[in-house]
Design a protein around this ligand. Structure first.
Ligand SMILES: *Cc1c(COP(=O)(O)O)cnc(C)c1O
Length: 434
């Protein structure tokens, strides 16, 4: 008997909580049955019922080259044949660290990186490092930014949590989050007030400079400028969570975008994930040698991992970074992404549907409203019912968008004009049904 997504979902729910290993996969926000994926190639994913979709999730960002890129596949197969994991250092870890640092360039201030296995791990380690380096406890984050599910960061986080309407998660002690200050994104007044009151207690401010866990919201340049000034003045570290945006919105990530607009600007710590693993569990955090030297075994801030710098994962990441380092890569990816979002906008306009779009490099967002939201509250005030109808209308037409209105979308280098055009044809029909 042929498999169905529904049968698999029912079976999954018997042995896995909610049937999924990461909440947003469960389609709770949009309703319906999650698609169980059997394989993927280039810009397409295939489900258990044999249906093919144009993939705009790309594993939530990592698959920037599309699925099954030949050079990456070869690197992974070769590495796997040499051994899965050693628990001892390898040259490939050095190569990947060198590649990350070289991609960012000296202006980033990143001289050293530590490799870990997930964005969550990288974010919580960066946080511990910032606290260890400053000797302070208080951290600042912004509503709608997601930095992984470490206790101290699970406060009004966006994304999967917003689905369930939890202001925070059960199981997180008040004692832990009492050191976390949550401010509204792009709100200069709140920022000033927070620093005026507690500036000298703040270990770090962590943010997604282009936030992808409340769809797609950019930090304004005045906001970023003030943030840098305040952190410098008060000795707090500015931490860029580039798990999503790093090597995705441009060769130098979101930092590169702001460095263009704000000459000389740089954060104190970076957090990476997603693209740097090319689809394998790999993430990193990095900064100056002085700060990174606070980590064990050199310094007093403990951090470790059995599978950190895994040889197969680093092979995948290295091969991926090699491809995206080719001249013109991000220009072409940005062109494809803009063709997509501009086409979506035109289709919505033609159908008389209020709709706004934004994109940078291979990351995009769209909202069913009239003006681009500037923070979580305005994102959540956009038309959710319409988004959900659009999502399903597109899915029915073979286009797989992120299954929640507060998620960003991703285009890969494998998306050709043919896939973009097919997506826009589907969108013209979908908008007409709204
Ligand atoms: C995905 C994401 C994380 C968490 O990474 P995981 O690998 O899922 O643990 C952290 N920060 C941002 C900005 C992310 O998008």
């Amino acid at each position: 008997m042929p498999q169905t997504n529904q049968a698999l979902f029912e079976r999954a729910q018997r042995v896995i909580p909610g049937g999924v290993n990461s909440p947003v996969r469960a389609f709770r926000a949009v309703g319906g049955t999650p698609r169980f994926i059997t394989r993927a190639q280039g810009p397409f994913i295939h489900d258990a019922e044999g249906r093919r979709y144009v993939d705009y999730i790309g594993s939530w960002g990592p698959m920037i080259l599309g699925h099954g890129h030949p050079a990456v596949l070869e690197a992974v197969q070769k590495a796997a044949a040499d051994g899965f994991s050693f628990g001892a250092p390898t040259e490939r870890e050095i190569e990947l660290a060198e590649a990350i640092i070289a991609h960012l360039g000296p202006d980033s201030g990143v001289e050293q990186v530590r490799l870990v296995s997930s964005g969550t791990e990288a974010g919580m380690s960066a946080l511990r490092l910032a606290r260890g380096a400053t000797g302070r406890n208080l951290i600042v984050k912004f509503e709608g930014c997601y930095h992984g599910h470490a206790d101290a960061l699970l406060v009004k986080a966006g994304s999967g949590l917003a689905t369930f309407g939890f202001p925070t998660s059960a199981g997180v002690p008040d004692d832990v989050v009492k050191h976390t200050l949550v401010l509204e994104y792009n709100n200069l007044e709140q920022l000033d007030a927070a620093f005026a009151r507690r500036g000298d207690d703040i270990a770090c401010v962590m943010l997604e400079a282009i936030a992808g866990n409340m769809n797609f919201v950019r930090a304004s340049v005045p906001f970023m400028t003030r943030l840098r000034e305040l952190c410098t003045k008060h000795g707090a570290m500015l931490v860029f969570d580039e798990v999503m945006t790093g090597f995705r919105v441009g060769a130098r990530g979101a930092w590169g975008v702001y460095a263009q607009l704000m000459p000389g600007f740089r954060p104190d710590l970076f957090v990476f994930g997603k693209v740097i693993g090319g689809g394998m569990p790999l993430a990193a955090f990095g900064g100056s040698r002085a700060v990174m030297g606070r980590l064990a075994p050199l310094g007093p801030v403990y951090q470790a991992g059995t599978l950190s710098g895994n040889p197969v994962a680093t092979a995948c990441g290295l091969a991926t970074l090699r491809e995206i380092g080719r001249p013109g890569f991000f220009e072409a990816l940005g062109d494809s992404t803009r063709a997509l979002v501009n086409g979506l906008k035109a289709a919505a306009d033609a159908a008389g549907v209020p709709f706004v779009v934004d994109s940078e490099g291979g990351m995009f967002g769209f909202f069913f409203t009239d003006t681009l939201p500037q923070h979580y509250g305005t994102v959540m005030a956009t038309d959710k019912e319409r988004f959900n109808r659009f999502f399903h209308a597109m899915l029915d037409r073979g286009v797989y968008l992120a299954p929640a209105l507060y998620e960003a979308g991703f285009v890969s280098a494998a998306h050709t004009p043919a896939e973009i055009e097919a997506t826009l044809a589907a969108a013209r029909e979908a908008f007409a049904t709204l």
